[in-house]
Design a protein around this ligand. Structure first.
Ligand code: FAD
Length: 406
């Protein structure tokens, strides 16, 4: 049985391996010159390839289908499959798994080697621009006029996140003509742009904090971790996570608490203990020096040669507020170019939850980010790519006539 896979990313490669190992004749059609480019960039080149906590609560999208897929291929199973391919996973305290080698390239190598060992083939530079179905056979045509035929096709064309690594929305578009519904893609897990005046001089600074997304006084969500300041906003995993919840918010704000482990009285006590310290040095040890100075300036303290003991109660309260409720107007996000993932994509309701076969076009399957599922940072998006790819591949091998019983 021949199977065509559109897209040689995480999902396409994993599906290709499973199909080839299951005895299918597999061709992976990849529009770029190389497969797995995005995979190489994951986890800062280390590839956080799954998370042992992965359950539907870490994802946005249709709960029923996501649960069904993750039940079939939980993180534990994905870890075993990679171990079989020669990549043992090392799991950290938060459940994030990395390859033993700590290199994303070894994950890509393992997938490509497994595919080749099982007789699967990669066809690069093959940009699928049309899918036609003639009787029970699909005809796929590339931008340069090449053609491929088969009775089973898996669409694993990803999302437009990170276009510099090949991200595109074109894959989802291919299925619209078959009546598939799709939600527009939006960048997520991307840095936020904010008003810039309050963060002037902080570029490059990393600070542990609690980050909150607010609309008015309502807390939309909160995350803890490291924030990283840039010229025009804030990134860092905890802030990028918040970008998943920005949609539809009016005048959203980012609030950073740099001192979640302290109470206000600790600052008053510190001022008593260190009363002779100049303001310039007063917060040193508690916060990075640059940030301390920025906060003093923000509350209008311009003479930093003053001593901590000279701060009035009102100034101390203002300082505490600046440290624990550092508020920034959010102006937008850094878009797809800096996004690790996208929300939106093909509506899961148009696919069987058990097989990921299209309910509209029998014999056509989809997996990975092209589907309207997105997960938290921490290995959840790749877990979805593997689990959905394996679910679809298993069904493609099993169901010679498709779910609708033709
Ligand atoms: C910088 C960065 C870091 C990340 N880090 C992590 C991480 O550590 N952990 C994690 O879980 N997730 C991470 N992600 C997210 C993760 O990489 C994606 O969720 C995952 O790659 C999605 O897999 P996919 O196979 O669906 O899509 P992709 O991996 O994007 O693959 C899709 C492939 O399809 C090809 N294609 C598209 N259209 C066509 C067409 N018409 N014809 C032929 N080929 C086509 C594309 O060229 C591409 O190669 C990161 C993402 C980025 C950008």
């Amino acid at each position: 049985m021949k199977c065509l896979v559109i897209g040689g990313g995480a999902a396409g490669l994993m599906a290709g391996c499973a199909l080839a190992r299951g005895g299918a004749e597999v061709v992976i059609l990849e529009r770029q010159a190389r497969v797995g480019r995005k995979l190489l960039a994951t986890g800062n080149g280390r590839c956080n390839f799954t998370n042992t906590a992965a359950g539907p609560e870490y994802y946005a999208g249709s709960r029923r289908e996501i649960s069904a897929v993750l039940r079939q291929y939980p993180a534990r199973r994905v870890l075993e499959i990679f171990e079989e391919m020669g990549v043992p996973g090392v799991v950290d305290a938060e459940g994030r798994a990395y390859p033993g080698s700590n290199q994303a390239s070894s994950v890509l190598d393992a997938l490509r080697l497994t595919l080749a060992e099982a007789g699967g083939r990669e066809e690069t530079g093959f940009d699928v621009v049309s899918i036609e179905k003639k009787k029970s056979e699909f005809l796929l045509t590339s931008a340069d006029g090449r053609r491929e035929k088969s009775r089973k096709v898996l669409l694993a064309a990803g999302s437009p996140a990170a276009p510099q690594l090949g991200g595109t929305a074109a894959g989802a578009e291919l299925l619209k003509k078959f009546g598939h519904r799709a939600e527009d893609f939006r960048p997520i897990l991307t840095p936020l742009t904010t008003e810039t005046e309050p963060i002037r001089g902080l570029k490059g600074l990393r600070v542990r904090c609690q980050a909150m997304l607010l609309e008015g006084e309502t807390v939309v969500c909160r995350e803890s971790g490291e924030a990283l300041f840039s010229e025009n906003g804030v990134s860092g995993i905890c802030v990028m996570q918040l970008s998943r919840h920005l949609r539809g918010l009016k005048q959203p704000r980012l609030e950073l608490n740099f001192v979640p482990a302290y109470v206000q009285s600790a600052l008053f006590e510190r001022a008593r203990r260190l009363e002779m310290r100049r303001l310039e040095d007063f917060l040193n040890g508690m916060l990075p020096k640059k940030l301390g100075i920025c906060l003093m300036r923000r509350i209008g303290l311009s003479d930093l040669n003053r001593t901590a003991g000279s701060l009035s109660r009102r100034e101390m309260s203002a300082l505490w507020n600046a440290m624990s409720r550092f508020s920034l107007k959010i102006t937008g996000t850094c878009g797809f170019d800096h996004a690790q993932a996208a929300s939106g994509g093909l509506d899961l309701a148009d696919f069987s939850a058990e097989t990921l076969e299209s309910r509209k076009v029998p014999g056509l399957y989809a997996a990975g980010e092209v589907l309207n599922v997105d997960g938290d940072c921490g290995g959840f998006n790749l877990q979805w790519a593997w689990a959905s790819a394996l679910t679809a591949a298993e069904a493609m091998l099993r169901e010679n006539d498709g779910i609708l019983g033709r």
